[in-house]
Design a protein around this ligand. Structure first.
Ligand SMILES: CC(C)(COP(=O)(O)OP(=O)(O)OC[C@H]1O[C@@H](n2cnc3c(N)ncnc32)[C@H](O)[C@@H]1OP(=O)(O)O)[C@@H](O)C(=O)NCCC(=O)NCCS
Length: 169
């Protein structure tokens, strides 16, 4: 099959979450830290958003906008000089919206210790050239974990939309 036919096919049949997975690695530099020498929360939120957006863009082959970020906890401080590894993977896809889970790990360079520090669910919407929501390829979960993530994501989505309607501005 030609590359173009393969792309058209993906638009209709869908893509597995594996295809759009993203791994991003950052080094915590002095400018990224607070007065305690720990990574700033805002910097971590920025990296999580970027990693998630890249996965959603890979799935949809579109520019995406962030529409929601579920609660984010900071359980372990990350020190200056540590590496941060962010892994983003699609869990669910609707018509134009996509849920992405991003897990962040810190890695100490000297000891090699790796710690899961954050986990966040973000929703992105794919936009067309007029910046309007546009349909994206379906998600084809393959593993048992991906199938169960998809079901759990649907529950989170309905909670999110319920909250959105309650708080409508
Ligand atoms: C993205 C945007 C164009 C979507 O416009 P909209 O009027 O909400 O569009 P729709 O109501 O058609 O919703 C589009 C999709 O997003 C979903 N959605 C909208 N708000 C949502 C929320 N709070 N949580 C989860 N999903 C949401 C809808 O359910 C719909 O999903 P579907 O197409 O898969 O069924 C608009 O919300 C926007 O511009 N937001 C600002 C984005 C931004 O600037 N992000 C950076 C953050 S500072």
């Amino acid at each position: 099959m030609s590359e173009m036919n393969e792309k058209c096919n993906e638009q209709f049949i869908g893509k597995s979450p594996k295809v759009s997975e993203v791994e991003m690695t950052e080094l915590v530099l002095p400018n990224d830290t607070n007065l305690l020498g720990n990574l700033l929360g805002g910097k971590m939120m920025h990296w999580i958003d970027i990693a998630g957006a890249m996965a959603a863009q890979r799935h949809s082959n579109r520019i995406v906008a962030t529409v929601s970020v579920d609660s984010l906890e900071f359980r372990h401080p990350i020190r200056m000089g540590d590496m941060v590894i962010l892994r983003a993977k699609l869990t669910w896809v609707g018509r134009s919206s996509m849920e992405v889970v991003v897990k962040a790990y810190s890695e100490n360079i000297k000891s090699g210790t790796v710690t899961l520090t954050n986990k966040a669910y973000l929703t992105f919407v794919a936009l067309d050239d007029d910046r309007k929501p546009v349909q994206v390829p379906p998600l084809l979960p393959e593993t048992e974990q991906e199938k169960s993530d998809f079901i759990e994501a649907e529950k989170r989505r309905s909670e999110r939309l319920k909250k959105k309607n309650q708080n409508s501005m």
